[in-house]
Design a protein. Structure first.
Length: 111
């Protein structure tokens, strides 16, 4: 398997994982908006916090980004994921903001 194929597999996997976590973040937000906080809401919050801790351990890089770097010397923010470059660049800021708002809303609902 050549480098381009390996990078393609990493990009696909990274994109699938990204879609999963965005779905989880929006589920947590939905739970707070609809006042339907369940065990799944708390599991979702724990999963996103776990992802955040993973990013902290890897100095704010996804481990897949570090692996993908072996197969590309691109300077683009989206070299390792199928997202528009602007979204890849601001991904953490955008979705961390939404997640924090969602968690605050969930806590407001349950307290």
């Amino acid at each position: 398997m050549n480098s381009a194929d390996k990078l393609l597999i990493i990009k696909l996997l990274h994109t699938v994982i990204w879609v999963f976590f965005v779905g989880v973040i929006f589920y947590v937000l939905y739970s707070g908006i609809t006042d339907n906080v369940t065990a799944l809401t708390w599991i979702g919050i724990a999963l996103v916090i776990g992802e955040g801790l993973t990013l902290l351990v890897f100095r704010m890089f996804c481990p897949l980004t570090l692996i993908a770097r072996k197969y590309s010397d691109s300077e683009k923010d989206n070299f390792d994921i199928f997202l528009p470059n602007w979204l890849a660049r601001y991904n953490k800021v955008i979705f961390t903001s939404i997640f924090v708002f969602a968690v605050v809303l969930v806590l407001y609902r349950v307290l």
